[in-house]
Design a protein around this ligand. Structure first.
Ligand code: MN
Length: 713
């Protein structure tokens, strides 16, 4: 059991005193909160958070992660609210603790294999900050190490969960040491006899091979020393569960798997990795097809190494991995290893900057090698999916696009559930239908015998399935019903803005209607009731018109948008408008009000139709960012991508994705998706990119969708 004193001493190796003090403060806070609580082992509860923090310190994690580790069970087990943690520490620590607590509440046992995959994604989607996952994995590791104090039933439940959810997540983000230990600990609990048999067989087998293995190691070390390559040659053990899995899945015998010696060689530079492999192939006969260059083409989780298979002494097959120390740390600790190398710099640790840095880090590693499509793919690998994953009350997992609401959920379950939806419970509490859902929540839809479908739902239903369902239902309404509905909705929206429909003068009302593009009030109400127009938007148009003093001379008053309207205003995916672009609003059946660039080809045919389109202007900036796509044409020299990324991230811009067109010439075409605040921001970026070496041209892409389709070929 580690004392806080010993841990603090370890921390002062890489954190300055102020940060160590924060971790100490978190420790004291946890001590007090958990006082009187004990682990099943009989130890005071606080020994657990210390152990978790200690695991994290071996990755040199930052002080906020370590503080969160100290406090990770405080919300769940002692009822201290998140707000107190934020006040006593900071928002990051509070969010991390909250994130870990939310994962604790997931009910994830007894899943089918297909669902386990979705659950892994759910866990990742719930943890927008990668540190939540790392803290959670350390927590799970310590719990697995101390599992023997629980009863058998609990042991099995936790071990299965570890095997199905947490070990694969650790693997996915490259934390392989932790992944292996989790798997072996779980294996030992679930199949104690098989584990016993297998480990003793491995021991026996290794005993017999030791002499040969030593000889090979010595021979290799000597050769590399002679050649002046500083190298560490060590034997490499497969973990028990992976041997078991190979025997089971690939139907191999124990001997077949164990007869291969595995050796790892760590050298100082990537160049020496390549030189080393040359010498090995000179010393032993290489096995055809076994050479893999994961340095030039890293695996999607960032793994880099050279692999080869050779026939060693006395004809024994040997597997060899060659890497640098940094590559080895990456291979063992994955994402966590970035703290190992980046902990020195002072810039803040917000998730966006870190994710950006992770991409930039991958790019740096590649600097000395040719660019390849595989590499680009590895950057795009989604750690955090755009989808959300929620539970039905029966525990089934439903996948939806992020931003979806309970109405979308209802229609996703079944169209009839959608039509009859009256209210919803999110995590057992009644909640408005319009609230965007979050991954991990359990959603229950309360229904009514008669259909409840309301055009008001179009204000917050976002999935095409729900919007079509609602509109289809509404289109069958009688005209009189539709009018009644429409009037109720418009009244509501106008009242919210301090205006009463019946108080608008007849003369003004006529002008307003003309402005909006309908011939009568009844027609307008009918259209709202049928879901062809959105009540909130019409109300905004009316108020905008009435506020304008100079209505006699103004033909049409543009609607003002800022990007903060929420789900009622959508931005066209074909032309991706950003603040500063000339834009136009378009009503659509599926998505409600959609903002297009005025130049967009897709609305050319309807843009003069006031029924469908009306002018909009950008209001005050709302602080949200918009996606924009640019094309960079450049000579593909080593380091190009790294330079591009450095320039872009230097302007506080997030790179959402990078694609490259498959060209066989020296000139390459890169398509980058960037998150920008407006046109000024974008033009700054474009100007800066033009100054990068080897860049031939850079332009913004306006017809986004077609481009993407082309890139998929
Ligand atoms: Mn815990």
């Amino acid at each position: 059991m580690e004392s806080i004193g010993a841990l603090s001493k370890k921390l002062s190796d890489y954190l300055d005193p102020k940060k160590v003090r924060q971790v100490n403060k978190a420790y004291n806070f946890a001590c007090e909160a958990h006082s009187g609580q004990f682990r099943s082992s009989g130890d005071p509860y606080v020994t657990h958070p210390i152990a978790v923090a200690s695991i994290l310190s071996s990755f040199r994690m930052d002080e906020d992660s370590l503080s969160a580790a100290m406090l990770h069970d405080v919300i769940e087990d002692t009822g201290i609210p998140k707000a107190i943690i934020e006040k006593k520490f900071n928002r990051d620590v509070a969010n991390l603790v909250d994130g870990v607590s939310k994962l604790d509440k997931l009910s994830i046992s007894n899943r089918t294999e297909a669902e386990a995959e979705n659950l892994q994604k759910m866990v990742l989607a719930m943890s927008k900050d990668i540190r939540v996952i790392v803290v959670k994995l350390a927590d799970r590791l310590h719990n697995m190490r101390t599992l023997m104090y629980l009863n058998r039933e609990k042991q099995i439940k936790i071990a299965k969960e570890t095997l199905e959810i947490y070990a694969p997540i650790a693997h996915r983000i490259g934390m392989n040491n932790l992944y292996r230990e989790l798997e072996d600990l779980a294996f030992k609990v679930i199949y104690p006899k098989r584990y016993e048999r297998l480990t003793s067989a491995v021991k026996k087998n290794r005993g017999g091979q030791k002499r040969i293995l030593n000889k090979i190691q010595k021979e290799l070390s000597k050769r590399l020393l002679d050649q002046g390559i500083p190298a560490l040659v060590e034997g490499r053990e497969k973990h028990t569960y992976s041997i078991y899995r190979k025997m089971k899945e690939r139907h191999r015998s124990f001997e077949e798997i164990m007869d291969v010696y595995a050796i790892k060689i760590i050298v100082d530079t990537p160049e020496n990795c390549y030189r080393t492999i040359g010498h090995i192939h000179n010393l032993y006969k290489p096995v055809e097809g076994r050479f893999k260059d994961y340095i030039a083409i890293p695996k999607s989780n960032g793994y880099q190494s050279l692999h080869t298979g050779v026939v060693g002494l006395k004809g024994f097959p040997v597997e060899v991995q060659i890497k640098t120390q940094e590559m080895n740390d990456m291979a063992e600790n994955g994402i966590a290893s970035h703290w190992l190398y980046k902990s020195g710099d002072k810039s803040d640790f917000n998730p966006q900057i870190r994710a950006r840095r992770w991409v930039a880090g991958l790019l740096e590693m590649r600097e000395n090698y040719d660019s390849t499509e595989e590499f680009i793919d590895s950057i795009k690998t989604d750690i955090f999916p755009d989808e959300i994953y929620v539970f039905t009350p029966q525990g089934k997992i439903i996948e939806m696009s992020s931003g979806s609401t309970a109405i979308d959920f209802a229609y996703a379950v079944h169209t009839d559930i959608g039509h009859h939806c009256r209210a919803c419970r999110i995590n057992k509490r009644l909640a408005p239908l319009s609230v965007p859902l979050e991954s991990g929540q359990t959603i229950e839809i309360l229904t009514e015998k008669v259909p409840q479908t309301s055009p008001a739902w179009l204000n917050f239903a976002v999935t095409p399935r729900a919007r079509n369902g609602i509109r289809h239902y509404l289109s069958n309404l009688k005209t009189s019903e539709a009018r009644k509905f429409g009037k109720k909705l418009l009244d509501q929206s106008l009242t919210n803005m301090g205006i009463k429909l019946r108080e608008i003068e007849k003369n003004e009302l006529r002008k307003v209607l003309k402005n909006i593009g309908v011939r009568s009030l009844n027609k307008l109400l009918e259209e709202i009731g049928l879901g062809q127009r959105v009540g909130n938007i019409v109300a905004q148009q009316i108020t905008g018109f009435l506020k304008d003093d100079d209505i006699e001379h103004k033909e049409i008053v543009p609607l003002e948008i800022t990007g903060s309207e929420g789900l009622i205003v959508n931005y066209a995916i074909c032309c991706k408008p950003i603040p500063g672009d000339s834009v136009i609003g378009h009503f659509t059946a599926e998505r409600g009000l959609v903002i297009h660039q005025e130049r967009c080809k897709n609305i050319l045919s309807v843009r003069e139709d006031p029924q469908q389109c009306f002018p909009v202007n950008w209001g005050k900036p709302s602080g949200r960012s918009f996606l924009v796509q640019i094309k960079v044409i450049a000579r593909d020299e080593p380091g190009l991508l790294a330079n591009l990324a450095a320039v872009i991230t230097g302007l506080e811009t997030n790179i959402a994705s990078i694609q490259t067109m498959d060209t066989n010439t020296e000139i390459h075409e890169f398509i980058l998706d960037l998150e920008v605040s407006d046109r000024t921001h974008l033009s700054k970026i474009l100007r800066k990119i033009r100054t990068v070496n080897n860049v031939v041209s850079v332009t913004r892409i306006h017809d986004w969708e077609m481009r993407q389709a082309a890139a998929l070929h």
